[in-house]
Write a protein that binds this ligand. Structure first.
Ligand code: FAD
Length: 503
């Protein structure tokens, strides 16, 4: 294929489409590619997806955008982790933080692993993750994770943002990079004799032709699923949620840099702080509760029974396509699949898909030479994320509704997750299990340890034994003091956001 003037059409202007446009325009700026993003004026974006993971910071840096430029425009705030509430009923374990690991944590993680391991052997040691991580201290003190220049360690953080505003912002940046924008609704796609997409046809009868098509059309999967008929592999038998109610609430004076995920009777509710409002959502399973009852539950929980706040109901499907890159089409975003939003991993998946695609396409000299390798890699990532999220439900000690009973007794989990849980309950070091399965690159060991210790998952023991001096080698007070002193380097979260707004 001729590399010069290669035409790319990105179908869809949601966050996935605009992230793709920016990454392709940045990485291929001197390659002479012509990139056009086509978006329907009639089909809206999904309008959720307001929490992220640390790689989004790398994305903004790659496309050359500073926090002062994008954050105020998107009402963005910082995020250093997710606080999980009420997922476990075990005393002492009803709440924990899954932190984004910061460099200073390298000093305290050995103590966390040591205590967590020996606690599973029945020794009376503090194993709750909240004692060990700087992010937890930042959340407690509502601090901004942006370190002063003289602080010699990296702090990993993500963001919360208004997804609609982020899309508009990314569109402007992409257009500055030469991406063309076209408003049109695509009615269908025609295939050539080899089964590649030959052209798209709009509802106005216009023909849009390219060499490469990116399907970012959302859950519809217009090209990858409808045109190319790539099978969709559902994971609904291990993840029951398929619906969400979303609505805003007023922002508080002073808020912490975290997402809150609170377990509810039939799912869980998120609270995401933006500078002008909180984004809220109740993710639930329609097999266990109807929309009205779910709405009443979340309204009662937030004291909104008499409020006229408008809510929006969404349906979603969980799973992934069998191939993310098929023929001359790359699926990115909801069109390629969705593992429910519990760990806010969808945009990370978007980024990973596009970056790995660019790498594979470049290495294959702009052919599909590395397509299978690419597809295997992205599918493995989806499956690993799925298992980490399934684990949240499988190990919950809630039994208050059929929903939680079905989740916690669900045997339809992957062999991979089963092995991790068996290894953990046998008191083994799960590092080996994760390494053997090559899983450490998705959710690292520390995340698995947080998930399991945070919910108080320990082998049944009659009584905990006091530890020897060797077992007690790490003093929790010293670790707390270390994190407290590290935290002295950081300022107020809200003040930092105000400072960004005034630049
Ligand atoms: C309840 C819920 C909560 C979520 N929370 C998070 C989170 O916290 N963090 C996270 O990372 N992700 C989250 N996600 C996922 C996140 O919302 C998406 O990954 C993200 O918004 C990207 O969506 P998209 O661009 O793929 O699709 P969409 O936003 O649906 O965009 C689809 C685009 O395709 C266009 N289009 C569709 N059909 C046509 C056509 N025929 N012709 C022309 N244009 C067309 C539409 O106009 C639109 O521009 C959540 C998802 C759900 C359902």
């Amino acid at each position: 294929m001729n590399r010069q003037n290669k035409k790319i059409i990105i179908l869809g202007g949601g966050t996935a489409g605009w992230i793709t446009a920016n990454l392709m325009a940045t990485h291929w700026q001197d390659k002479g590619f012509e990139i056009t993003l086509v978006e329907s004026p009639d089909i809206g974006i999904i309008g959720v997806g307001e929490g992220s993971t640390p790689p989004l910071k790398g994305f903004m840096e790659t496309i050359g955008v500073s926090e002062a430029e994008w954050m105020p425009e998107c009402n963005a705030t910082y995020k250093v982790g997710i606080t999980f509430k009420d997922w476990s009923l075990k005393p002492g374990f009803t709440e924990y933080v899954h932190p984004f690991v910061a460099q200073p944590d390298q000093f305290t993680i050995p103590a966390f692993f040591h205590n967590s391991f020996l606690r599973r052997k029945g020794i009376d040691l503090e194993g709750h993750p909240d004692q060990f991580f700087l992010a937890t201290e930042m959340i407690r003190q509502k601090l901004s994770p942006v370190a002063p220049e003289n602080f010699p360690f990296e702090i990993a953080y993500g963001y919360h943002f208004d997804s609609g505003l982020l899309g508009q912002f990314l569109r402007r940046v992409a257009e500055q990079k030469g991406v063309r924008y076209k408003e049109a609704t695509v009615a269908g796609a025609m295939l050539d004799a080899q089964g590649n997409i030959d052209h798209l046809k709009t509802t106005d009868g216009e023909v849009l032709k390219a060499d490469l098509y990116v399907d970012s059309s959302g859950f519809r999967g217009n090209l990858i699923q409808q045109t190319l008929k790539v099978p969709f592999i559902s994971c609904a038998e291990s993840l029951f949620n398929d619906s969400a109610i979303v609505f805003p609430t007023e922002q508080e004076e002073n808020f912490a840099p975290h997402t809150i995920s609170k377990a509810m009777k039939y799912g869980w509710a998120w609270k995401i702080p933006l500078t002008n409002r909180n984004g809220n959502g109740y993710v639930y399973s329609s097999s266990f509760v109807d929309a009205d009852k779910a709405e009443t539950e979340i309204r009662a929980h937030l004291g909104l029974l008499d409020s006229d706040v408008e809510t929006r109901q969404l349906k979603f499907k969980v799973g992934r396509v069998a191939q993310h890159w098929a023929k001359n089409c790359l699926a990115v975003g909801l069109s390629q699949g969705f593992i429910e939003p519990l760990e806010a991993t969808a945009l990370d998946m978007v980024q990973e898909t596009v970056v790995r695609f660019i790498e594979a396409y470049n290495n294959g000299d702009y052919t599909d030479k590395y397509r299978d390798e690419f597809n295997n890699r992205i599918s493995a990532r989806f499956d690993a994320v799925r298992d980490y999220i399934v684990c949240h439900y499988r190990i919950s000690s809630r039994r208050d509704t059929d929903y939680w009973i079905a989740n916690s007794t669900n045997e339809k989990i992957s062999q991979s997750l089963r092995s991790i849980l068996q290894s953990w309950m046998a008191g083994k070091n799960i590092t080996d299990e994760l390494l053997n399965q090559n899983l450490d690159i998705y959710f690292p060991n520390v995340s698995w340890n947080c998930l399991l210790t945070g919910k108080g998952i320990y082998p049944d023991q009659q009584q905990l034994r006091p530890g020897s001096d060797l077992a007690n080698k790490y003093k929790i007070e010293d670790i707390r003091e270390f994190n407290r002193r590290c935290a002295l380097n950081f300022g107020s979260h809200c003040e930092h956001l105000r400072m960004l707004q005034s630049i």
